[in-house]
Design a protein. Structure first.
Length: 195
């Protein structure tokens, strides 16, 4: 598969994106990465001149990275998954039970999957992937593995500690996913809500 790229660096083929058409993926380089505050961001050396817009998904060859927040002609910022404002649809790969991926700001190596129903059969080591219930990320992009399972006493749902496949403190090249269906889906949902 060929990817558009902003530099000549050799890029690994990303198996998780094999369902995407080449025109739907842009390769960019991380030029700034914060990971030691509660609201972490990345800066990429690609912007609106290349068609990058807010709410596009950002991944790399190991898995999920974040979502485009703002763009200028040549640069863009990304809300990292290590950001307390980040909330992404994710699921347990083997059971298809969904939850919301959040970050509790305690460790750069772990995020949390919350609101998973207690009837879900889960085990330490199970793989967590994107759920595909949004137009931002395709389904089954890798995130990490279950490290610890707790039950929230108030909601009676699982809170799962997820060990990330990515080292979020060491990011080089990333892939920006340009969903060609986003506008159509957003317009359809807007008309449905207005009725």
């Amino acid at each position: 598969m060929l990817f558009k790229t902003t530099d000549s660096a050799a890029i690994k083929n990303f198996e998780n994106l094999k369902m995407q058409l080449p025109d739907d993926v842009l390769v960019s380089k991380v030029i700034h990465n914060s990971y030691n505050v509660h609201e972490n961001f990345l800066t990429l050396n690609s912007g609106s001149l290349l068609g990058i817009k807010p709410d596009m998904g950002v991944v790399n060859n190991l898995g999920l990275v974040g979502i485009i927040d703002k763009t200028s002609p040549k640069y863009s910022t990304v809300v990292s998954i290590l950001n307390v404002r980040s909330r992404i649809n994710a699921k347990i790969k083997k059971s298809n039970h969904f939850g919301s991926l959040v970050w509790n700001a305690k460790s750069t190596g772990f995020v949390q999957l919350i609101d998973v129903p207690r009837l879900a059969a889960i085990r330490k080591g199970d793989t967590i992937v994107t759920g595909g219930q949004s137009v931002i990320f395709p389904e089954n992009i890798n995130i990490g593995t279950i490290d610890k399972i707790e039950i929230d006493n108030q909601t009676h749902y699982y809170t799962i500690n997820v060990k990330l496949f990515n080292d979020m403190t060491n990011l080089g090249h990333v892939y920006i996913i340009k969903s060609k269906d986003r506008e159509e889906l957003n317009n359809l949902e807007k008309t449905t809500k207005n009725e």
